[in-house]
Structure formats: structure tokens, C-alpha cells
Design a binder for this molecule. Structure first.
Ligand SMILES: CC(C)(COP(=O)(O)OP(=O)(O)OC[C@H]1O[C@@H](n2cnc3c(N)ncnc32)[C@H](O)[C@@H]1OP(=O)(O)O)[C@@H](O)C(=O)NCCC(=O)NCCS
Length: 254
């Protein structure tokens, strides 16, 4: 709630959200690098597109992340339609988080969740993309930017946040679970945007208290798609990730 108070007293969209010092990775060394986190407007679009392009070129699996086009940003993010938070280090964009408010459009991830009633779809926000330059990873930037985005979504009257993440994307699942979203579905999304890619469907209702205890918990290897689908069908939700000798598990509870 502290952040929310800060949010409502903010006067312009270009206000700085926070400043500090990041660990920058330079040839196996970490060096301090001052940064500022702030809202980005259209003038940053080319920097955003270049950063996404670089990160995509370095992905270890091609299906981990889908970069958005310039048109997507223009239609869904800028001019108050969504939000774009960025991190600048020595004047250079090193990370961003995009958010959209789909309202009653066809592309509303809330439709995938049985717990979101039809009359609340206009109060769904989407976590779209987060990108962090490889030299600046490990500074919890995805989590920090996502927390600011949630505060702004709540201040705008949203009740739910929804997102999709590849079941192979450990850092993203971990960070998004840390801010409170849980896995409620898993499917291949057969449309032009996702081209049949497999995605975990995560959501959070802002009115719910975070569930701390599950009577029944089961660890599933993230690659075991069928078992995860079965548990989801049985009413389990995925709420934690755990590193294992062979990779990582997603922990499902009921
Ligand atoms: C996902 C991403 C945004 C996270 O970056 P970040 O905020 O710097 O990550 P964090 O600082 O929170 O690190 C979280 C954990 O993941 C690890 N990590 C971060 N990026 C990693 C990567 N690409 N590969 C493996 N591990 C990674 C960190 O060491 C940390 O692990 P730990 O908590 O067990 O020690 C970043 O990896 C990225 O840009 N990935 C490519 C684009 C993408 O997949 N975006 C998310 C989908 S929209």
C-alpha cells in the first residue's frame, strides 16, 4: 500500500519510480552501475524493440519468449492504453516491463480463467513482456517492475492480473509467482501471436489473501506437461518453483 500512496501522488507519467545502483556483469565481474526506473513513453520505442531483439537472439529456447512488434506497443501500450516501465543505466535502456488493459477486447486472457466472471473482464490487466539485458540479470528487475505495475493496475481499478509464461522459463515463473500469481492452466495457444506455443496461464485476484498453506502439495518436473494438466484439472494450482538436480520442479497445491 505504501507504493499505492506514492502512485496516487505522482504528477506526471515521466516521474522516476526509483533510483539506485545495480550489479552489472562485466566479463565475470560485477561492477556497480547507477540506474533509474521510470515510465517510458513512445520516444523509447526503438530502444525497446532493439533490446527485445538482442534478448531474443540469445534465448536458449526459441519458444521461451515472444517479442512484441512496434504496432503492438502502439495499439496496446502507449497513450494510456497500458503501461511501460523501463530501467535506464547511463542513459541506456537495460530492462522494461509492459502492461496492457485489454478491457472488452477479444484478446483478454481473463477469458481463460473460470474464476474471472464475465462482468469483471474489463477489470483485467495483462502482464505482457519483461526483458532484462543479460549484463543486468540477477538484480530482481522483473519482480520490481512488476510490483510497480500491480500498484498502478490496482489504482486504475483493476481486480485481476493475468499472464502467460513458457513452462521452461524458470526465472520468469519464479519472479511472477513471487509477486503473487499462481498457475491455473496450461495449454498450447493456437493463434497467430503464439503459433501453438505451450504456455502456463497464471492469474491473481487482488481481493484474495495470499494462500500460505496447501493441505496437499506435489512437485512436478516442469517438463511433465501431462501431469501438470491433470493436476490443474483436479483443482490444483501451481504456486512455487524449486531447483532440482535435473532442472526445476513446479509445485502444485490444493
Ligand atoms: C526473465 C527475465 C526478465 C528475468 O530477469 P531478472 O529480473 O534479471 O531475473 P532475477 O534477477 O529475478 O533472477 C531470478 C532468478 O533467475 C535467475 N536468472 C535470471 N535470468 C536468467 C536466465 N536468463 N537464465 C537462467 N537463470 C536466470 C537468477 O539467477 C535468479 O535465480 P535465483 O533466484 O534462484 O538465484 C530475464 O531472464 C529475461 O529477460 N529473459 C528473456 C526474456 C523473457 O523470457 N522474459 C519473460 C517472459 S515475458
Amino acid at each position: 500500500m505504501k507504493l499505492l500512496k506514492k502512485a496516487s501522488s505522482r504528477e506526471t507519467i515521466s516521474d522516476i519510480l526509483e533510483t539506485g545502483v545495480l550489479n552489472k556483469i562485466e566479463t565475470d565481474r560485477k561492477i556497480p552501475a547507477p540506474y533509474e526506473m521510470k515510465f517510458l513513453d513512445k520516444s523509447y520505442i526503438d530502444d525497446v524493440i532493439s533490446l527485445a531483439k538482442l534478448v531474443v537472439s540469445l534465448l536458449e529456447r526459441e519458444d521461451l519468449f515472444i517479442k512484441d512488434s512496434k504496432d503492438f506497443f502502439m495499439e496496446n501500450i502507449f497513450d494510456g492504453k497500458g503501461l511501460l516501465i523501463g530501467v535506464l543505466c547511463e542513459g541506456k535502456l537495460v530492462a522494461y516491463r509492459s502492461v496492457s488493459f485489454p478491457m472488452n477486447s477479444a484478446r483478454n486472457f481473463g477469458k481463460d480463467h473460470k474464476n474471472i466472471p464475465q462482468d469483471e473482464l474489463s477489470r483485467v490487466m495483462h502482464f505482457e513482456a519483461t526483458v532484462v539485458h543479460p549484463d543486468f540479470r540477477g538484480n530482481s528487475l522483473q519482480e520490481k517492475m512488476s510490483r510497480y505495475a500491480l500498484d498502478f493496475g490496482k489504482a486504475r481499478g483493476m481486480l485481476h492480473v493475468c499472464t502467460t509464461i513458457s513452462p521452461y522459463n524458470y526465472p520468469s515463473i519464479k519472479n511472477i509467482m513471487n509477486v503473487g500469481l499462481t498457475v491455473r492452466g496450461l495449454k498450447r495457444i493456437d493463434n497467430e501471436e503464439y503459433e501453438g506455443k505451450l504456455r502456463l496461464l497464471l492469474t491473481m485476484d487482488f481481493r484474495d489473501k495470499p494462500k500460505m498453506l496447501y493441505a496437499d502439495s506435489i512437485n512436478i518436473d516442469h517438463r511433465d506437461i501431462e501431469k501438470q494438466k491433470y493436476l490443474l484439472k483436479m483443482g490444483y494450482t501451481g504456486y512455487k518453483v524449486q531447483i532440482t538436480d535435473s532442472g526445476f520442479d513446479i509445485v502444485y497445491g490444493k
